[in-house]
Design a protein around this ligand. Structure first.
Ligand SMILES: *Cc1c(COP(=O)(O)O)cnc(C)c1O
Length: 359
């Protein structure tokens, strides 16, 4: 089964069962980390080498490491679930591996064999199995890669580190499901044609945080970006894709190009079509959004991504005003699609597409 033979280095002092239980009791998101990590090095001379599973600990990198200066960094986000029957499974990990390499190509970084990527993720889940919670929780996996070469010249680096860390996470909607409010960013855009919008790179987030801060300041949970050219078409949220549910069994989502090609997005499109909806990947303007919300043609809107899976959008705010979508509550179609997808991920709905990969 194992092809790459990760060298296992014994953890000198893993958390005790009691310490782990205390951390896992109320984990939140992205704060509680498991004991181990996987690291693999890459250099121009040696290619991928030194695959290790070892204690999670700080990196020692040179202050001149190119990532610290020119932000050559990409990442993935995926989850391992404890299924209804007690087994452990990943959701469509080969899609994350494929997208990781697409990001790598865009950022002039080396590609990693897809089976090596998946083996690294599985090795961490195996080793830290006791950190995978049951119930509504999951084990969030963060594979990432950065340029570690110590060099201040401007060119693609010759040395990289690939790493996977894992984090126990609780239910995304603590205290029960609720819709989110979004802020339409007018001043800042996320990605321009020819830019890095479709790559999952840290740099996209760095430049989006000022808009996220603006959304928070205006009392909103998330930010929505419009296109960079006309400032007219809806792109996506800071870290989630977006869908609009119309009154005629049509569902609209912005086309690929400058947005991140979400795996949740692709899965929802498939499930919605199977349920008899017409899904249209077509540009949708903010003006149209306002108009359709007012006329009632727009029934529901929701955001989607690995962390939240599907989050209904209840209210929309922009500098000149605010409006509600539907009754601002959980929409029927949003809830139907969420139940299906979450059911597949938890093993309570038949996985007819072979999306779950048992570890
Ligand atoms: C990761 C990400 C998404 C969601 O992708 P999933 O594969 O569904 O998790 C959407 N937008 C951005 C900007 C992202 O980084």
């Amino acid at each position: 089964m194992s092809k790459y033979n990760f060298t296992k280095i014994e953890h000198p002092s893993p958390k005790t069962a009691e310490e782990r239980a205390a951390l896992m009791a109320n984990p939140g998101f992205g704060k509680v980390f498991s004991d181990h990590m996987v690291t693999i090095k890459w250099s121009t001379d040696k290619g991928w080498h030194d695959a290790q599973i070892r204690a999670r600990e700080p990196f020692q990198i040179d202050p001149a490491s190119s990532v610290l200066h020119y932000a050559q960094e990409i990442f993935e986000g995926m989850k391992a679930y404890r299924m209804a029957d007690g087994s452990l499974a990943l959701f469509r990990p080969e899609e994350n591996a494929r997208r990781f390499n697409e990001s790598a190509e865009r950022m002039a970084m080396p590609e990693i064999p897809e089976d090596m990527f998946i083996e690294a993720v599985e090795a961490l889940v195996h080793t830290d199995e006791s950190w995978v919670p049951g119930g509504d929780g999951s084990f969030y996996l963060r594979p990432f890669m950065f340029a570690s070469e110590s060099f201040l010249g401007v060119r693609p680096a010759n040395e990289y580190i690939f790493c996977v860390i894992g984090s126990t996470v609780g239910a995304y909607f603590k205290g029960g499901y609720k819709t989110v409010s979004v802020w339409i960013s007018q001043e800042y855009t996320r990605a321009a044609p020819g830019g890095t919008g479709a790559a999952k790179c840290g740099g996209n987030y760095a430049s989006s945080l000022v808009a996220t801060a603006e959304a928070f300041k205006n009392g909103c949970d998330q930010v929505v970006f419009l296109d960079a050219v006309e400032r007219k078409w809806v792109d996506e949220l800071g870290g989630m894709n977006i869908f609009f549910v119309m009154d005629d069994k049509t569902i609209i989502t912005p086309p690929l190009g400058t947005i991140l090609p979400g795996i949740t997005r692709a899965s929802i499109m498939k499930l919605a079509r199977e349920s008899g909806y017409t899904v249209s990947e077509t540009p949708y303007s903010f003006d149209q959004w306002k108009e359709d919300a007012a006329s009632g043609k727009l029934r529901e809107a929701f955001a989607c991504g690995t962390a939240a899976v599907i989050a209904g959008i209840g209210t929309v705010k922009y500098p000149e005003g605010t409006f509600a979508i539907g009754n601002s509550g959980d929409g029927e179609v949003t809830s139907e699609l969420r139940s299906k997808l979450v059911g597949i991920q938890r093993g309570t709905v038949a996985d007819t597409h072979g999306w779950m990969r048992t570890i």
